[in-house]
Design a protein around this ligand. Structure first.
Ligand code: ATP
Ligand code: MG
Length: 239
């Protein structure tokens, strides 16, 4: 669907709608590389989507566009019914905190904070929760990923799989509409990765959010509802 008629809002249950979306990288010498062109995507709440493709095909860059960290180069993008294709950086940051959760390959936990404080971090920005609300939300998420007893520990004292489950709890603690994960199991062995993915899917569905996961792992991609393959598209066109 790459119609030219812009829609004003997405339908019920549609967390993200991309229409004719383009993603490109601008280089310092004035040239640019088009990584994604004409992407149409409708992401429903409670669904899970794998983004696959060879190294350099633009998976991480696409995720940063869907995650409101960089603007699309073409097309339209709606998240939770809002037109987010062109936003001022401060507005994008607010919406990111309100609507999105992120999980990265390397956990990105803050070392000098406890597990509890790491999970509570997203609640410290924007509309502030009360202390009892923070406690209740953090404990609910830690319980969902099987780490209820780990709140006082430091990230360094946890295994890689446990740290990634803390990152999942942090991504979900504010009740996001959409969780974006970039190779969340890339640093883990297969068995741990499978268990972390199970937590990510279950906790996301439980929270009523949608999930988009960038992965190189075919089995993992197969376990999700659908896949977007950037390699099979007309990708990486040098301009
Ligand atoms: N800031 C940047 N400046 C210049 N080129 C960039 C920049 N960011 C990404 N690229 C280039 O864009 C292309 C896509 O990068 P991206 O990181 O999105 O790929 P990927 O599909 O995530 O790859 P991988 O599987 O290796 O993580 C690569 O060729 C990369 O070198
Ligand atoms: Mg990448």
């Amino acid at each position: 669907m790459s119609s030219s008629t812009a829609r004003s809002a997405s339908g019920p249950g549609e967390v993200l709608v991309a229409e004719d979306l383009g993603v490109s990288i601008d280089h310092r010498n004035g040239s640019s590389t088009r990584l994604v062109e004409g992407l149409d995507l409708v992401i429903q709440s409670g669904s899970s989507t794998a983004v696959v493709g060879r190294s350099g095909s633009g998976k991480t860059t696409l995720l940063s566009v869907l995650g409101l960290m960089r603007p699309p180069s073409a097309g339209r993008l709606y998240i939770a019914g809002r037109d987010v294709g062109t936003l001022r950086p401060s507005v994008a940051a607010g919406l990111r905190n309100e609507l999105l959760g992120f999980v990265f390959q390397n956990y990105s936990l803050v070392e000098h904070l406890s597990v509890f404080e790491n999970v509570a971090l997203p609640l410290m920005y924007g509309r502030r929760a009360t202390r009892p609300q923070v406690r209740e939300r953090v404990e609910r998420q830690l319980t969902a990923v099987g780490l209820r007893e780990f709140g006082r520990r430091r990230p360094r004292s946890l295994s890689g799989g446990e740290q990634q489950r803390v990152a999942i709890a942090r991504a979900l603690v504010r009740g996001p509409r959409l969780v974006l994960a970039d190779e969340p199991t890339g640093a883990l062995d297969t068995a741990t990765g499978t268990s972390v993915m199970k937590h990510l899917q279950e906790a996301t569905v439980e929270a009523g959010a949608a999930l988009i996961v960038v992965t190189h792992d075919d089995a993992l991609a197969d376990s999700l509802h659908r896949r977007v393959d950037l390699s099979s598209r007309e990708a990486a066109v040098a301009l």
